[in-house]
Design a protein around this ligand. Structure first.
Ligand code: GLC
Length: 568
């Protein structure tokens, strides 16, 4: 179980309103108690913060707002003491425009070695006044920006798939490849356990940079990625094979893989057959399962996504992963409180003038979704605050928004700030205990008070205690290593399956499983039942309840939008 920390919003040690590394270190015991195996930290590198640190100006140092390199060392050491691994964010698709390489490229002019590290091109039109192709930025607007050359004349254009302050590297360039190998080694030498690779499907662009379909792809379900000249080019895989060799050279145990360094791809790629190419045996170890995250609240769709995910990762021998929220999408406690539409779920932010989610319904479904996710075989990624049931902040005033999407889309796309609001730790403290002062870089909604950690700690039925219970059981029953068999007979609105830590039997989606009798082999399977329908359903007789996301009806049935784990 890997827990995502968004450092600027996790815990603030110095009262400047922005979370920092000493804050993370101080709160590490909370994560140990929750039962996390690893943390993934969003970027903490030197950065002008035009995209909250995903615009890196120095890959080998910490931004002063987050602390120092020795704070990072202290964090890794503390995590190690508590048995928690540390995964850091690697941002290889682009640097910040303040990176010394980009500054040198601007100064050196067309045709220089410095420019060749990025994607500079002459413009089209009589005077080069038109961008080199029709690519748009994921954050809206043009994908190209024209520079002014040293002599003051209008010059070349450079590509940026994101903000104009995030110029894309040219991954055909040998300097770029060597530099990132060296950056990997820098962090591995400092003791990190792996990397989450930002925009892993974007590094290599189609030869000749041909025109493509224009669409903000990354922040929407990745339905336009296939065939796009910007994304998922075959050339990316050679890079990951090289990185894999670097990581493997840091592994120690021949048979013991528990200390292996890992790579996890952020790749918004469809279909699953393309996505699993990133996790072939000599490439990365895991990739985020965004199909699961984007699944509408419908039993049949969850079943299909689960089957497809298991089948496709099995085909390359990689573990499946599961994720419901991250720092780029609407928190699932709110997403699931919106009307269900079969075709897609809302991933973009929600603003004050949008239809508002039903908070109670969203939380109920979020708890059931968590119970579903935490029962599944494979790895699970949690996003900070989901264990508190935090909702999206949908009422942020426009003048506090910082996501570059908001500005670049001329206020058409609300952006991702609503899922990035600082965490509430203590209901009755300034900034709800986020830091020692009142300051928070985004305002916290009033609803955060009742969801603060201290209001849920030890409180039976709280979302925090639900997560703790599920995570403890997941570990004890080794559900991450289990196999899954569907259980039919509950109707189309109920998802029912049995998971068992005995890996002997292959998952078979077709055969109704005989999970009624515990006599059929050593370990008793766990029945997981999620009721998406409008009527309550019974558990099998003799089932012993291990956990429920929200209780039972008076006559002991599983109500609507509730998930149950039971021992058979
Ligand atoms: C990834 C990050 C996102 C960032 C983008 C550009 O998608 O998750 O937060 O804005 O890459 O680096």
């Amino acid at each position: 179980m890997i827990y995502q920390i968004y450092p600027r919003s996790w815990a603030d040690s110095d009262g400047d309103g922005i979370g920092d590394l000493p804050g993370v270190t101080a709160r590490m015991p909370y994560l140990a108690e929750l039962g996390v195996d690893a943390v993934w930290l969003s970027p903490f590198y030197v950065s002008p913060q035009h995209d909250a640190g995903y615009d890196v100006a120095d890959y080998r140092d910490i931004d002063p707002i987050f602390g120092t390199l020795s704070d990072a060392d202290a964090l890794v050491a503390r995590a190690r003491e508590l048995g928690i691994k540390v995964i850091v964010d690697l941002v290889p698709n682009h640097s910040s425009s303040e990176h010394p390489w980009f500054q040198a490229a601007l100064a050196a002019g067309p045709g220089s070695r410095e420019r060749a590290r990025y994607l500079f091109r002459d413009g089209l039109g009589q005077h080069g006044e038109l961008p080199p192709n029709n690519w748009t930025s994921n954050f809206s607007g043009d994908g190209w920006t024209r520079v002014t050359e040293a002599d003051g004349s209008p010059g070349q254009w450079y590509l940026h798939l994101f903000d104009s302050t995030q110029p894309d590297f040219d991954w055909h360039n040998a300097d770029v490849r060597a530099e990132f190998e060296s950056i990997l080694r820098f962090w591995l030498d400092r003791g990190v356990d792996g990397f989450r690779v930002d925009v892993a499907h974007g590094l290599v662009k189609a030869d000749g940079l041909p025109d493509g379909e224009t669409q903000a792809e990354l922040l929407a379900p990745a339905d336009r990625v296939e065939g796009s000249p910007m994304w998922d080019q075959d050339g990316v895989h050679e890079i990951y094979r090289e990185w894999r060799r670097v990581l493997d050279s840091y592994n120690t145990g021949a048979n013991d893989t528990s200390e292996d360094r890992i790579l996890c791809a952020e790749a918004w790629v469809e279909p699953p057959e393309r996505l699993v190419r990133y996790v072939r045996p000599d490439e990365m170890h895991q990739s985020f399962n965004f199909d699961f995250l984007g699944t509408p609240w419908l039993a049949a769709q969850f079943r299909q996504v689960i089957e497809n995910s298991l089948r496709s990762t099995d085909s390359v021998g990689a573990p499946t992963t599961w994720v419901l929220s991250n720092h780029d999408v609407v928190r699932h406690a709110s997403r699931l409180g919106l009307p269900v539409r079969p075709e897609r779920v809302r991933l973009h932010g929600i603003g004050p003038s949008d239809p508002q989610p039903d908070a109670e319904l969203g939380l109920r479904r979020a708890r059931a979704a968590a119970a579903l996710m935490l029962s599944l075989p494979g790895s699970v990624y949690l996003y900070q605050g989901e264990e508190l049931g935090l909702p999206e902040a949908t009422q942020l005033p426009d003048d506090v928004r910082q996501d570059p999407t908001w500005k670049r889309s001329r206020h058409q796309i609300i952006g991702r700030d609503g899922c990035r609001v600082p965490i509430p730790w203590t209901a009755d403290a300034p900034s709800y205990g986020f830091g020692p002062s009142e300051r928070t870089w985004l305002p916290q909604p009033d609803s955060f008070a009742a969801l603060a950690v201290d209001r849920q700690d030890g409180v039976e039925g709280s979302t925090l205690e639900l997560y703790r219970t599920l995570l403890r059981l997941r570990r004890e029953l080794r559900l991450g290593m289990s196999s899954l068999r569907w259980v039919d007979g509950y109707g189309e609105d109920v998802l029912a399956f049995a998971v068992s830590a005995q890996p002997a039997e292959p998952a078979d989606a077709q055969q109704p499983a005989d999970v009624g009798s515990p006599a059929d082999g050593g370990d008793h399977p766990v029945l997981v039942l999620v009721n998406f329908g409008s009527s309550a359903v019974p558990l099998p007789e003799h089932a012993r309840v291990l956990a429920t996301s929200d209780g039972f009806t008076d006559d002991g049935l599983v109500p609507t939008d509730v998930a149950v784990w039971a021992r058979l």
